[in-house]
Design a protein around this ligand. Structure first.
Ligand SMILES: Cc1ncc(COP(=O)(O)O)c(C=O)c1O
Length: 465
């Protein structure tokens, strides 16, 4: 969010949160630094009051981000908040934990042992995608120049499905890349590999395959894309690599479907990112990117930071940030192991299947996602009723549930959907309560007499994510 002076409301925060226990002499100014300090307890209480009526994180079915960690994980996170991840010399043990995480994830993604994979933590998938994208751009430039292509004649381009997450649009705008968005296949709700080649040319830095499209939770057919590019690359002046944006699927698919081939087992997959704070089960602030081999990470992008009297190679956009999320990621790997992650994700998938069944049984909707991919339930309204999905979101929000309603991306944007992201902390009893509330909300809308808008009314409103 960008804020400006126009965003100010004139009121002051009034009085003390518990005025009979503690009194504060003056109102608290909202947009100016208070003149005098106040006690820590008072500041704490004032703030917790200010935050009181925010949504309940665990009732938020919109976000992929982790909303629960165990008390022991929270303890280690809070004890390590002060560690700066970039100070490798001061915190060599923390650096070692990051190293272990990179190695663990590389194995989950089947990085070939015969090559020298490289990877790093990031603040999230957005930073990880920027790094993966930049590496492809720099590598393309060298290869294109060597092949005698005039690199100034046209902008380099990136091929991706129209179901991309906004971080790729940012990447293309910030680094001057033409985005070639392939319309999502209406049938599969993902990128159809057959469409890819008509978007690829000598200026293509890479194709991005998405393991878990944000809109629907569907996986792109990365094996299919790889096959098509293998044939293309045989005679291409500049071979086209694949980066897999596995923000959500990268720490889900290896546990639920280890046999699914989408990762470094495919020869054109040169880099992969994921968000540790999605199905890696860590609170927001952690992502990972890994390159198949050092060949795919141009040296110009690597900087050295001091480490125990020597230096250590790093690649990052941010510099200082807390190391606690890296430690939280390692906590989960240690605590859960392979079988623990598998069990947690299987339970989450079962909940998604239960919710999908609930939605289907009402008879009002068509299911668009596929809980065989991410544990995401996605559907559109198909019955001829007086209410819309926006109305249903409003009804659910009255019961505390945050369910986003939004149009699919360009060219499919006449389809309005609901999407539930099931996460590890969405328990069976919560799912059962939700399904009762869902059915009751539909009944209320069916019985309502006050719905006045026309069904053709378009535009996103209500809860969004
Ligand atoms: C496919 C995809 N890529 C990238 C991102 C950005 O991830 P992050 O929030 O970790 O920056 C998301 C977030 O939802 C996503 O779904």
């Amino acid at each position: 969010m960008l804020y400006s002076k126009n965003d100010k409301t004139p009121e002051l925060e009034t009085g003390s949160p518990l005025s009979d226990l503690i009194t504060v002499g003056e109102d608290i100014p909202k947009y100016e630094l208070p003149k005098e300090p106040m006690g820590g307890l008072l500041a704490y209480r004032a703030l917790s009051d200010m935050l009181l009526d925010e949504g309940m994180a665990r009732q938020n079915l919109a976000t992929f981000c982790q909303t629960y960690m165990e008390p022991e994980a929270e303890k280690i996170l809070s004890e390590t908040l002060c560690k700066n991840a970039i100070d490798k010399s001061e915190y060599p043990r923390t650096a070692e934990l990051e190293n272990r995480c990179v190695n663990i994830i590389s194995k989950l993604w089947n990085a070939p042992e015969s090559l020298s994979y490289l990877g790093t933590s990031t603040v999230g998938s957005s930073e990880a995608c920027m790094l993966g994208g930049m590496a492809m751009k720099f590598r393309w430039r060298k290869k294109a120049e060597a092949a005698g292509i005039d690199i100034r004649e046209k902008s380099p381009n990136l091929v991706i499905s129209s179901g991309y997450q906004v971080c790729w649009e940012k990447f293309c705008v910030y680094w001057d890349i033409e985005m070639r968005a392939v319309q999502m296949d209406a049938e599969d709700m993902s990128l159809n590999p057959k469409d890819v080649l008509s978007y690829v040319d000598d200026y293509t830095i890479g194709v991005v395959g998405i393991l878990g499209i944000t809109y629907t939770g569907r996986y792109d057919d990365i094996e299919g894309i790889d096959k098509i590019l293998t044939a293309y690359n045989k005679s291409a002046k500049v071979p086209v690599p694949i980066h897999v944006d596995a923000a959500s699927g990268g720490l889900y698919a290896p546990f639920i479907e280890p046999e699914r081939v989408w990762d470094f087992r495919l020869e054109n997959v040169v880099s992969i990112n994921t968000s540790g704070h999605k199905y890696g089960l860590v609170y927001p602030g952690i992502g990972w990117v890994i390159w198949r081999d050092e060949e795919y990470l141009p040296k110009e992008l690597i900087f050295n930071v001091s480490y125990l009297g020597g230096s250590m190679p790093t690649m990052a956009i941010n510099f200082s940030h807390s190391a606690s999320q890296i430690i939280g990621q390692y906590f989960n790997f240690l605590r859960l192991g392979f079988e623990g992650y598998k069990a947690v994700h299987e339970r989450t998938r079962d909940i998604a299947e239960f919710l999908e069944k609930t939605v289907r049984q009402t008879g009002f909707f068509e299911i668009l996602g596929d809980t065989k991919h991410l544990p995401v339930v996605c559907y559109r309204l198909t019955s001829d009723v007086k209410w819309t999905l926006y109305d249903l979101s409003d009804r659910l929000q009255m019961r505390g549930w945050q369910v986003p309603t939004y149009p699919l991306p360009k060219d499919l944007d006449d389809i309005i959907i609901h999407r539930y992201v099931c996460r590890a902390d969405f328990s069976k009893s919560m799912a059962s309560d939700f399904s009762e509330d869902f059915k009751a909300s539909i009944q209320e809308l069916e019985n309502a007499v006050g719905i006045t808008h026309s069904k053709e009314e378009r535009g996103v409103r209500g809860f969004t994510h």
